[in-house]
Design a binder for this molecule. Structure first.
Ligand code: HEM
Length: 296
């Protein structure tokens, strides 16, 4: 791990080693309390993250501290529900046909984005229909999290566009913030996966030779990083840290090897993703339909 530390200015540790990521994600000295004092850069980063990933003062679930009241119970409940859904989509039921058709090469990038957002929305509200507005709202929040265009971001803030975008998404899933965040970040990861799947499907030799598990694996993308903050001072893996130090866990690169695929959803951590079964099952279902038509 690599720490950048200038007292009062910045204190950020980048962690890329898979074993160290597992250690930190399970060590109770690192959490998501996200206290807003400390070095200037840390405070700036946290304020921005929390402003973007909360709605009306409520943080989106992936921003909540481990012991936040109700967090773990909600996570377990959603995990159980998505586990049941996973069984229902794994075999490639007819409702996945629009996704499969797109993977076979028919349709635009916007169409798959809408379809994926709709599939996620329907986990929360059966009649959910994704619209151009709901898609634009999700893209706006995602862009706000990564953009360095200060003027544009300032305008989105003062005009209230960003709050309106999140309010729209929240209202479409009855205020369930897990649904809103999934339509923003989870959607993008699944869409990226289906673009990859379209590439695989476009190669006839590959399409008929690759195993389903291998195809699904190729199409699973983890978040690039997740963030933890030290709740106390100490040392980890030879790296000293102070209360408030930020740890950037580089999941995207660390999860690449076959032995580290648990990091895609942080499956061995208290913060494991409730969709860890559903997402691979959805990809499997879509691939099953696509590969079944490969000899036509
Ligand atoms: C490819 C798709 C997805 C990937 C790779 C992914 C990955 C992750 C990861 C790594 C975390 C842990 C964050 C942390 O430790 O700070 C997480 C948390 C979470 N994810 Fe996902 N996710 C995906 C899609 C989804 C979807 C579709 C849903 C909901 C339907 C969802 C709901 C959540 C929730 C609610 C949490 C917070 C859990 C908690 O700490 O209480 N995710 N996800």
């Amino acid at each position: 791990m690599k720490r950048t530390y200038f007292p009062g200015i910045t204190d950020i540790v980048v962690v890329t080693d898979p074993a160290e990521i597992r250690t930190i994600s399970n060590d109770s000295r690192f959490d998501r309390e996200f206290i807003g004092h400390g070095p200037v850069r840390n405070v700036q980063l946290l304020r921005k993250m929390l402003r973007i990933f909360s709605l009306n003062g409520r943080r989106f679930p992936p921003m909540l501290p481990r012991t936040s009241p109700g967090r773990a119970a909600a996570q377990d409940e959603l995990w159980a529900k998505l586990h049941r859904e996973a069984d229902a989509v794994k075999s490639g039921p007819a409702k996945l046909e629009p996704l499969a058709e797109w993977v076979r090469g028919i349709g635009t990038a916007e169409q798959i984005d809408l379809l994926v957002q709709q599939s996620i929305g329907r986990l929360f509200v059966e009649t959910f229909t994704a619209t151009e507005e709901s898609l634009a709202a999700a893209h706006m929040v995602l862009e706000a999290a990564s953009s360095s265009n200060v003027l544009k971001m300032l305008w989105w803030r003062i005009s209230g566009s960003l709050e309106r975008a999140k309010t729209l998404l929240g209202s479409m899933v009855n205020g369930e913030l897990a649904g809103a965040i999934a339509m923003i970040t989870g959607r993008q990861l699944i869409v990226d996966g289906l673009h990859k799947m379209r590439e695989l499907a476009a190669d006839p030799a590959l399409r008929s030779s690759i195993t389903t598990d291998a195809a699904v694996n190729e199409c699973l993308f983890s978040p690039v990083t997740v963030v933890r903050q030290a709740t106390t001072s100490g040392e980890v893996g030879g790296c000293p840290f102070r209360k408030g130090s930020l740890f950037m866990l580089g999941l995207r690169s660390a999860s690449k090897g076959a032995a580290n695929r648990d990091l895609v959803f942080l499956s061995q951590s208290w913060s494991r993703c409730p969709a860890e079964k559903w997402v691979p099952a959805l990809l499997e279902g879509v691939w099953t339909r696509v590969s079944a038509t490969s000899h036509e």
